[in-house]
Design a protein around this ligand. Structure first.
Ligand code: PMT
Length: 392
């Protein structure tokens, strides 16, 4: 998986001769497994056609606010984007962006988005050095826009000097830096959902876990730049950058987890502790009367991760229906670096709902109670805490 895998990138191509290099840039992004959408200005079509970008990205190219077939292409793309690259960014484009002018699809998309923006200016030296351009750039930097290049070299019409657009490879590196979050460079495992243990081909022993808690944790890790493997028994979607590994039983989850070498493991799945010892090969019939189902223990996935020779930072979960002392006793016995305990009898906490009220138990047994929060907020706070533990 590359650093751009699954990232949603809008490439805005404006009217300079360097627009031809943006086709190669689009290709590098696609090769990096990014999802790429292109917006092209009318001026840019003097240098390169939208068909080229459509062929490279496999997506229609937006040329106008009114002719794309979408009701509101600029807001739709602006919200969809995780990052926007403007390459080439002409002097006129920089001026429009600095002033917030948005009379066509490219500048309107930029104004309608809160995603980080990477500008790759390209123009003649005189235009680059003009105080108006430098003033606009200073404004754009103040607004938090990032700039890559320009470089010195051959320019249009045989001229030489500063103003040449940064090479596509350099722009991709700058984009990776722009997208990098506090968890960049770390590999994370999250388990989620409730396992199903077969009784026969149609029936199973299961539990009420929806996977919401674990998926929220995996999605937040991806947003913070981690490489994330989510081993889940839940039928839910996840952030496009997450490596989603679907499993059904505790055994399948154990085997999937076993293959992953990670820096941090968050075990939010509700894993069955016992499974039918001899699942039937064919459907049990009512006429046979109630079956005797002998059970056997499932693999303890958390303990296996904790006993690895290259042990990751481990966060266990604890679903309790009694008071916190049982969760503390379990946390100390298991030996996770942190344990997230939820009282699943508490309305609004635990299984199925969108909120959770958790207590965080340290490796020493200290308890910190968090208020009722959305599962997304629990995930964000948990990552803040893990980050502070890893970088005190
Ligand atoms: O999925 P949701 O609907 O959003 O609900 C979230 C949740 C309530 C499932 C979640 O917050 C939670 O509490 N997950 C852990 C549930 C659980 O199985 O707890 P436990 O106390 O039985 O297990 C303790 C720990 O051991 C857990 O980290 C569990 O993943 C792990 N375990 C358990 C059994 C087993 N065979 N292998 C394991 O790794």
């Amino acid at each position: 998986m590359s650093a751009l895998s699954g990232r949603r990138i809008v490439l805005v191509v404006t009217g300079g001769v360097a627009a031809y290099k943006s086709a190669y840039l689009a290709r590098l992004l696609v090769e990096g497994e990014a999802e790429v959408r292109v917006v092209i200005t009318e001026e840019a079509t003097n240098f390169i056609g939208p068909t080229t970008f459509a062929a490279i990205t496999g997506q229609p190219v937006v040329r106008s606010l009114f002719s794309s077939g979408q009701v509101s292409p600029h807001t739709e793309l602006g919200r969809w984007a995780e990052a926007i690259i403007v390459a080439p960014a002409t002097a006129a484009t920089l001026a429009r962006l600095a002033l917030g002018i948005s009379e066509e699809a490219a500048s309107a998309t930029l104004l309608a988005s809160t995603a980080p923006v990477l500008l790759a200016p390209a123009m003649h030296t005189e235009m680059w050095e003009n105080p108006a351009t430098q003033r606009n750039l200073a404004l754009l930097r103040q607004d938090g826009r990032s700039v890559v290049g320009p470089e010195t070299g051959a320019l249009a019409g045989g001229d030489e000097g500063i103003g040449r657009m940064a090479e596509p490879e350099v722009i991709v590196e700058a984009l990776i830096d722009l997208l990098a979050g506090p968890l960049s460079g770390l590999t994370v495992l999250v388990t989620a959902g409730g396992t199903r243990e077969a009784i026969d081909p149609v029936r199973f022993l299961g539990n009420r876990s929806s996977g919401k808690m674990g998926h929220a944790i995996a999605d937040e890790a991806a947003r913070r730049g981690a490489r994330v493997h989510l081993v889940t028994a839940a039928d839910r979607r996840s952030h496009p950058a997450v490596d989603l590994i679907r499993v059904e039983s505790a055994q399948e989850m154990a085997e999937a987890v076993d293959k992953l070498d990670v820096d941090i493991a968050i075990m939010a799945a509700a894993v069955a502790d016992f499974r039918p010892k001899d699942p039937r090969g064919s459907k049990l019939s009512r006429s046979e009367g109630p079956p005797d189902i002998a059970l056997e223990p499932t693999p303890d996935i958390l303990s296996a991760v904790l006993s690895r020779s290259k042990r990751p930072f481990v966060v266990g979960f604890s679903a309790e229906t009694s008071n916190i002392s049982r969760a503390v006793e379990k946390a100390l016995r298991k030996g996770s670096d942190l344990t997230v305990s939820n009282d699943v009898d508490d309305p609004g906490a635990g299984f199925g709902v969108d909120t959770n009220r958790v207590s965080i138990i340290s490796a020493e047994g200290d308890v910190e109670e968090w208020p009722l929060l959305s599962k997304d907020e629990v995930a964000a706070r948990l990552w803040d805490l893990i980050q502070s533990r890893l970088n005190p």
